[in-house]
Design a protein around this ligand. Structure first.
Ligand code: ATP
Length: 306
């Protein structure tokens, strides 16, 4: 999978405060990448750098495999974004607002505005002024503007901020369909874990300007599945016994004598006996089920996300 965004040592300093601190971020093609962190973690500052709105103090940004600072104009054309205020005229309709933006962006295709309104399901109320829009509708109009020029990469800074649960669900559905049907790569920032969990394939967790972890949700779920973990004297032999004697295949050898078994929860005594009877010492056995939320709290050192 080729990287659409790659930052290396990306840093932004304000006075003596590091808003973003040596961030190495990789967003692969076609991914929905959840950029997760508490308020003030450095998400917006990172996004502003990715969009060329502010200059990094240090570090590199590559978009689509090319250096942002060398090819800024061309690269930014391939990106759509929502950052901060929408900046729409309240006394104009959604379509009129988009028309202004389309002209500014050099989008001349006649159907572009109608297409964008349809994507975000705002085409049914053509006469409504933006001043009469709900928050959710305004956010969707923001997304319509961001996709007017059919970007390959969409960068959304907290797109569900201030929305009610239905509004959040609509945005979620919209983001999913842009990724699936239009094959866009999407980076979405949020401080709300469950929201990202339902959407993203990959997450980057940022805290105090630093990237603590970049991992796929698949891997996270696996890590957090309920399991038995044995600390044994010979993990290879233990694995062989599990397969041969009990036909257990849903296990993982974790190194340093740790072996996790994701099935047979409740049958730990039998497994223990199998190991011991075959000459394997078991020095510890734990049964665990980390909730994703606990994991994040552990990661960011006691604070909470959300
Ligand atoms: P939020 O969800 O609250 O927007 P965030 O993760 O987007 O948070 P940033 O807005 O990137 O965080 O801010 C990171 C840190 O950098 C904060 O401590 C913030 O006060 C500081 N910061 C951001 N912009 C500036 C600026 N222009 N001048 C000084 N400090 C700034």
């Amino acid at each position: 999978m080729s990287a659409i965004i790659r930052t290396t040592g990306l840093t932004k300093t304000y006075g003596d405060q590091k808003a973003v601190d040596r961030l190495d971020l990789t967003v692969g093609q076609g991914q929905i990448y959840g950029f997760l962190g508490r308020n003030g973690a450095g998400k917006t500052t990172t996004i502003r750098m990715l969009l060329g709105l502010i200059k990094p103090t240090e570090g590199q940004i590559e978009l689509f495999g090319e250096n942002l600072f060398k090819h800024k104009r061309n690269l930014l054309r391939r990106i759509g974004s929502i950052v901060e205020h929408s900046g729409f005229y309240e006394n104009l309709t959604g379509a009129e607002n988009l028309l202004i933006n389309a002209r500014l962006m050099g989008v001349h295709k006649k159907t572009a505005i109608q297409d964008a309104l349809e994507i975000v399901s705002l085409h049914q109320e053509p006469k409504k002024l933006v001043g009469q829009y709900s928050m959710g509708m305004k956010q969707r109009l923001g997304i319509a503007r961001a996709v007017l020029h059919h970007p390959e990469l969409l960068i959304l800074d907290e797109p569900t901020n201030g929305l009610d649960p239905i509004g959040i669900k609509e945005i979620r559905r919209l983001i999913k369909s842009l990724a699936e049907e239009r094959k866009m790569t999407i980076l979405i920032s949020s401080h709300i874990l469950p929201e990202i969990e339902q959407l993203a394939d990959q997450i980057g967790i940022v805290h105090q300007g630093r990237l603590l972890e970049e991992v796929s949700f698949e891997e996270l779920r696996k890590r957090n599945r309920k399991h038995l973990e044995f600390q044994v004297s010979d993990d290879n032999k233990a694995a062989m016994l599990l397969e041969k004697e009990l036909d257990i295949h849903d296990y993982e050898v974790r190194g340093e004598g740790k072996i996790r078994v994701y099935s047979h929860i409740g049958r730990q005594a039998a497994l223990n006996r199998l190991f011991v009877e075959n000459g394997i010492d078991v020095s510890r056995l734990t049964i665990s089920e980390d909730r994703l939320e606990d994991y994040f709290i552990k990661l960011i050192g006691g604070g909470t996300i959300g």
